[in-house]
Design a protein around this ligand. Structure first.
Ligand code: LLP
Length: 415
């Protein structure tokens, strides 16, 4: 057994026990070095062509992380007006934000248009709406490249079984609507799905997408979407996404595409998970250890309201057990389920795992919780959402979002 947090010096000059004592439990902790490393990798995905990596902030929209991404040269994609507001607060200028909403009202479209932010249109019906409200306007359209992939059917966002994108067969109608309203389609975007570790579907989609792009004559950018996977089974040495191999193959595809063209549009990608999953862990305290019908449970304060991925997608997150600030590992293990404090039997962070013998008072450290962790958290059961702490590059740590308070919960009512 290994300890990722010890190998990476995840907690800097501190340790998990000290952080939980100082900031409380459960607690999201991020490591700035790992975040920056992943941002650097994504920033260098396409060389020799104009390129921007747009951080897909739905994965983790903590303001401090947005600021780091901006400093690292990343642009961003936003899915909602709220995400746009956050990005602006973090200092992103309009031209660094790409709005990729789904099924929005004219007011939400206006929210972006008034700010000079380009938005992507996801259906013929929304293109009509955009045309009616913003005749002569500029926009992008989200196309379905016909290839979908992902770790769970809920996150496959292209292909035949998804609400997203405009199909190739509908291209003539895009041009008809654009003509009728004098619209300029300056960009096209796609997104195949999420947590893809195999380059084949992504490259196939890129090729299809580039072929579709030839039908457009005003393109300023082509956005290939995100979806790059991370090794959630890292304690068992699962292979990483083959980034170098992908870079090489993508470079070949792009050179073929560019051959003989006078102008090549700006290329974009939209990684979310890859940027921030591995740079985040979720710490929780074990408050009970029990056996029910022969099955052992470690009862923690990590509820499905804090991290919903295991319940929603049956997702796997590696677990480390930490005692007195040190990872416990060795050969002696027992089967145990790590569960939370929510009123559902499905409230299971990690089911039937072989872990070192867990004791009351231990800290459970859920790895790879930096993406779709806090951003999907809720107040279910009227639980307080956790605090977030950043371990800086110099090993120091600071609070980057306070824990909810009971006042936060009560303040939303006026009677
Ligand atoms: N661009 C678009 C248009 C997207 O819909 C998404 C994610 C991304 C980019 C970023 O994808 P990524 O690089 O993170 O795979 N909550 C799920 C993942 C949902 C992803 C939805 N779309 C999970 O926890 O696995």
């Amino acid at each position: 057994m290994r300890s990722f947090t010890e190998e990476t010096g995840f907690f800097g000059n501190s340790d998990a026990e000290q952080l939980v004592r100082e900031y409380g439990s459960p607690l999201y902790v991020y490591n700035e070095n790992i975040l920056r490393e992943r941002m650097r990798e994504m920033e260098g995905l396409i060389e020799n062509f104009p390129f921007t990596a747009n951080y897909s902030i739905k994965a983790n929209s903590n303001l401090e992380i947005l600021k780091i991404a901006l400093e690292m040269g990343l642009n961003a994609d936003a899915m909602s007006p709220g995400e746009i507001l956050l990005l602006q607060k973090a200092g992103y200028p309009a031209e660094k934000i790409f709005f990729i909403p789904n099924n929005v009202s004219p007011d939400e479209m206006r929210f972006a248009v008034e700010r000079g932010i380009i938005l992507s249109i996801d259906s013929l019906s929304q293109l009509e709406t955009f045309g009616k409200h913003f005749p002569g306007g500029k926009c992008a359209v989200r196309l379905n490249p016909g290839v979908g992939a992902g770790h769970n059917e809920k996150v496959v966002t292209a292909g035949k079984k998804t609400k997203f994108g405009i199909a190739e067969a509908d291209l003539p109608q895009i041009f008809e609507i654009a003509k009728r309203y004098g619209l300029h389609i300056v960009g096209i975007n796609q997104h195949v799905g999420s947590q893809i570790l195999d380059t084949t579907p992504i490259l196939e989609a890129v090729k299809n997408f580039l072929r579709l792009s030839e039908s457009f004559d005003e393109l300023e950018f082509i956005d290939f979407g995100g979806g790059f996977g991370i090794p959630y089974h890292k304690l068992n040495d699962e292979a990483r996404f083959p980034l170098e191999e992908y870079k090489k193959e993508l470079a070949k595809v792009l050179s073929d595409y560019a051959a003989g063209k006078k102008n090549v549009p700006l290329f974009k990608t939209e990684p979310g998970r890859y940027i921030c999953a591995e740079g985040g862990v979720l710490l929780g305290r074990v408050h009970a250890v029990k056996t029910n019908s022969g099955k052992k449970y470690a009862g923690t304060d990590i509820g499905m309201n804090d991290l919903i991925r295991p319940e929603l997608y049956d997702s796997w997150h590696d677990i480390e057990v930490i005692r007195n600030g040190k990872a416990v590992y060795g050969t002696e293990t027992e089967e145990i389920s790590v569960v939370g404090n929510i009123c559902e039997s499905g409230d299971i962070v990690a089911k039937e795992r072989n872990l070192p013998k867990v004791e009351e008072g231990d800290i459970v450290c859920v790895l790879d919780a930096g993406a779709y962790g806090y951003s999907m958290s809720s107040n279910y059961n009227m639980r307080l959402r956790p605090a977030e702490v950043l371990v800086r590059a110099d090993g120091s740590h600071c609070l980057i979002r306070r824990r909810d308070t009971y006042e936060d919960l009560l303040d939303r009512f006026w009677a």
